[in-house]
Design a protein. Structure first.
Length: 452
């Protein structure tokens, strides 16, 4: 697949991008163009001009990562610069060209942080590299392409044949998502939040970000209500947030499934797709606020209301951070990171007073929120003279971009490994025979048959 017209001036990375013969789409709109190939070039790829749908798929990646322009890193056929569609016209184009039955997943698939690991992170750091299988899986998911051949999709433990896009991996209750949860928590949120919170002036060196800490509940000391926690200190002088009255702030992380398609009346309104995706993540937040889930503590008799009441009494703030299978963030996580308010706040029934109280406390101005803009402002005003880039690379110049890259990288690796894990109890159907072979680089990592 050749990514023309939508992806100018991408940094050249030999492991990901290779030059391809120059093509133009559309031929009459932009005589000057850039030619970048995501997959290894070959006769079957270079001899064809990309279709409109291919160029639209390409814009899913290019429109979701803000890339710095680096001289000499792209092949320019003429000195003129093409006029790219603005973001206000690019997203409607993507939605219009996406099949109706897949549009409901675009709010998650268009998340910018999951584009960084594919095209923008520095590969000089070995931790930023993806193996071929993981890269192929995540590129297909980013472009909303099938992961399986319909005739060779595996069979789940529950007896259901997986859908070709891999959505069943995240929806089936028989498939554990604990690895995804733990990997994102320990490999991205814990180490990077510790750095960003200190930059934002919310914590100091004496208050590390910790994971899975017990002894918060006196009646059940082994309960661990926080997946990740820290002690805020808004009086450090670097943060403009009001003084916090919370002794400990933390979050319970949940990996949700893809949203269901909206009603037929919403098919032409892009904003309703976004609201539908947010509502799905809010449902996961509310479920975590009101139910305990499967407790690992023997003999635990406490309800979720009891836990929330104890935490609130001890001035401990619990938030719920929901993440969709494409990396999209729930409203509470977005408020914490960017300061965004939810489209519609959660509501609780009268028999869940402590859940409602804890949720309302997380919306207060004294609760940590908008930490990435705070960190950016603090970094720009007090940046050490010897450190030009926050992430020690020109591709990660600010705290915001550094955090989103690391978070996106952890989501990418965790989701790819989760999708590659064996989840079937019987042999999957064999791929249909035929003479057509997949283009180079598109052989499925789920099958030994290169035609899949």
């Amino acid at each position: 697949m050749v990514l023309d017209y939508f992806m100018p001036k991408l940094p050249t990375t030999s492991s990901l991008l290779q030059s391809a013969p120059s093509t133009t789409w559309p031929p009459t709109h932009h005589p000057s163009h850039f030619s970048v190939s995501v997959l290894p070039s070959g006769p079957s790829l270079s001899s064809q001009c990309p279709t409109k749908s291919q160029a639209t798929n390409a814009s899913i990646i290019s429109s979701t990562a803000h890339l710095p322009i680096v001289p000499g890193t792209a092949s320019v056929s003429t000195p003129a610069t093409p006029q790219l569609p603005s973001s206000t016209t690019r997203h409607p184009l993507i939605y219009n060209e996406t099949p109706t039955h897949l549009r409901h997943i675009l709010p998650g698939a268009l998340s910018s942080h999951t584009s960084y690991p594919l095209i923008q992170m520095s590969r000089s750091n070995a931790k930023h590299r993806l193996n071929n299988f993981d890269f192929t899986i995540m590129l297909k998911r980013k472009l909303v392409l099938p992961l399986y051949h319909p005739a060779s999709a595996p069979v789940c433990k529950c007896g259901t044949t997986h859908d070709i896009y891999g959505h069943h991996h995240f929806r089936c209750t028989r498939i554990s998502k604990k690895f995804v949860h733990d990997y994102i928590n320990t490999q991205a949120l814990q180490p990077v939040l510790q750095q960003v919170l200190r930059t934002a002036g919310i914590t100091d060196n004496s208050s590390p970000v910790q994971t899975e800490v017990p002894h918060h509940i006196q009646q059940q000391p082994l309960l661990r209500p926080f997946d990740i926690e820290y002690q805020p200190n808004h009086a450090l002088g670097d943060s403009n947030l009001p003084p916090s009255h919370f002794a400990i702030c933390g979050a319970d992380i949940t990996i949700d499934h893809c949203p269901d398609p909206p009603s037929a009346s919403a098919l032409e309104d892009i904003s309703l797709y976004t609201a539908n995706a947010e509502r799905c993540l809010q449902t996961a937040e509310k479920r975590k606020f009101t139910t305990m889930g499967n407790s690992t503590v023997t003999g635990n008799t406490m309800t979720r209301e009891d836990v929330l009441h104890t935490l609130s009494t001890n001035a401990k703030l619990l938030q719920i951070w929901a993440i969709c299978p494409y990396g999209g963030m729930g409203p509470m996580l977005r408020r914490f990171l960017f300061g965004d308010d939810p489209i519609r706040p959660l509501s609780f029934t009268p028999n869940k007073p402590h859940a409602a109280k804890m949720y309302l406390e997380s919306l207060q101005s004294s609760a940590p929120h908008g930490i990435l803009p705070l960190a950016n402002a603090s970094w720009s005003s007090s940046r050490p003279a010897h450190q030009k880039f926050y992430g020690h690379s020109y591709t990660a110049p600010t705290p915001r971009i550094h955090f989103l890259q690391q978070f996106g990288l952890a989501c990418t690796k965790a989701f790819a490994i989760h999708l590659r894990r064996p989840t079937r109890t019987q042999q999957a159907p064999q791929a249909s025979s035929g003479t057509a072979r997949a283009p180079p680089g598109l052989s499925s990592p789920f099958s030994t048959d290169p035609r899949v």
